[in-house]
Ligand binder design. Structure first.
Ligand SMILES: NC(=O)c1ccc[n+]([C@@H]2O[C@H](COP(=O)([O-])OP(=O)(O)OC[C@H]3O[C@@H](n4cnc5c(N)ncnc54)[C@H](OP(=O)(O)O)[C@@H]3O)[C@@H](O)[C@H]2O)c1
Length: 329
């Protein structure tokens, strides 16, 4: 099978395609033939080795010394079950699935092994494999943070970076929870975020939401430029900052936020539970959660897909296809 191998940290060009034997699933595993995958901010971070501020000295321990410990990246995959390891009963060969290897990676390959009781669920029938592959990273993160922030109906939620992968899912999920959603994005993406359910849109080039009069019960920051010190004056009493992208000072400072306003900062890695994947697949099946795809590239053009992700300006997901069936349901 073909894999995209990242042997050292660096620009997209560090990727090398290699042929390796197709792995056999061990007991309790399934082998998925990957029809579509995505290039996510998580893949970008590990490939580039660029760490959030303050985390640099921890890179070797966290990701690997000299290069990624897991050289085949790919947090997301959609495909069909190709083989079952001993004892697997929950899947059948040929079944369409969506998987979130997440921090385990491995989606940038023609085959992916996953524990059958891990983050692999049946693909929603209404989604193509491309659409399914676009879903997990952003939606898993958004749902986990909204959950941890206990966002509920009638609250005012602001999503900073609303057109990105995490942001586009956060807008849809917050709206689904019954919140009033303000999306912060560039003017070019205003129509997109409105179509996802944003009640109001702020163009960050024109308006600094943190200097405004409106207060929010929850602020989802996917950009990393809305630390607590900047946004505390626009958080309601009891308000939560959901710092999806937090640097080390922000992470360490989170424990000390509180005071008479009862503010909270929620930061750190998003959970990677199979229940969350199941929940987002259900929401996608109901049409509540619609994957946003910026562009599609064939596997051979993975480097070009990464270039879009490296820009930090992508809309939703960049999807990579490995098989013509990727465009089918
Ligand atoms: N804590 C965790 O476990 C976790 C999990 C997932 C992701 N993350 C982190 O979260 C970050 C976002 O991930 P993602 O997948 O959503 O990234 P993404 O898809 O690349 O989205 C980035 C978005 O940020 C927007 N943006 C750039 N500058 C902005 C600004 N000044 N104000 C508002 N929006 C701005 C861009 O929109 P415009 O083009 O409109 O500017 C773009 O849509 C990444 O750094 C990732 O590492 C953390």
């Amino acid at each position: 099978m073909k894999i995209a191998h990242v042997g050292r940290y660096g620009p997209p060009e560090v990727i090398e395609f290699r042929e390796v034997p197709t792995p056999e699933p061990a007991a309790g595993q399934v082998r998925i033939q990957v029809l579509a995958t995505a290039v996510t901010a998580g893949d970008w971070r590990v490939r580039s080795g660029v760490m959030p501020r303050g985390f640099g000295p921890l890179r070797g321990l966290a990701l690997g010394f000299g290069g990624p410990r897991k050289p085949v990246l790919g947090t997301d995959a959609a495909g069909v079950v190709a083989a079952l390891g001993a004892g697997v009963t929950g899947f059948r060969v040929g079944e369409p699935v969506v998987a979130f290897p997440g921090g385990g990676f491995g989606g940038h390959a023609e085959s992916l092994l996953m524990p059958a009781d891990g983050r692999v669920v049946r693909k929603p029938e209404n989604l193509t494999f491309e659409e399914a592959a676009a879903l997990p990273f952003g939606a898993m993160t958004a749902l986990d943070f909204l959950d941890r922030g206990a966002v509920k109906a009638h609250e005012r939620v602001l999503v900073n970076g609303a057109s990105g992968n995490v942001g586009s899912a956060a807008v849809q999920l917050a709206r689904h929870l019954g919140a009033h959603v303000t999306a912060v994005c560039s003017a070019a993406n205003a129509a997109l975020v409105r179509s996802l359910g944003a009640d109001e849109v702020i163009d960050y080039a024109l308006t600094d939401f943190a200097a405004g009069e409106v207060r929010y019960d929850a602020i989802v920051d996917t950009v990393g430029n809305a630390p607590y010190a900047r946004v505390k004056s626009v958080l309601s009493p009891g308000g939560r900052l959901l710092a999806v992208l937090a640097d080390l000072p922000a992470l360490l400072g989170a424990a000390f936020v509180g005071g008479p306003q009862r503010h909270r900062v929620i930061a750190g890695p998003a959970g990677e539970k199979v229940e969350t994947l199941r929940a987002i697949a259900d929401l996608a099946a109901k049409g509540v959660l619609v994957p946003v795809i910026e562009q599609r590239y064939p596997f051979e053009r993975l480097v070009d897909a990464y270039r879009i992700v490296d820009s930090g300006r992508k809309k939703g997901s960049v999807v990579v296809t490995l098989d013509p069936r990727a465009a089918t349901r």
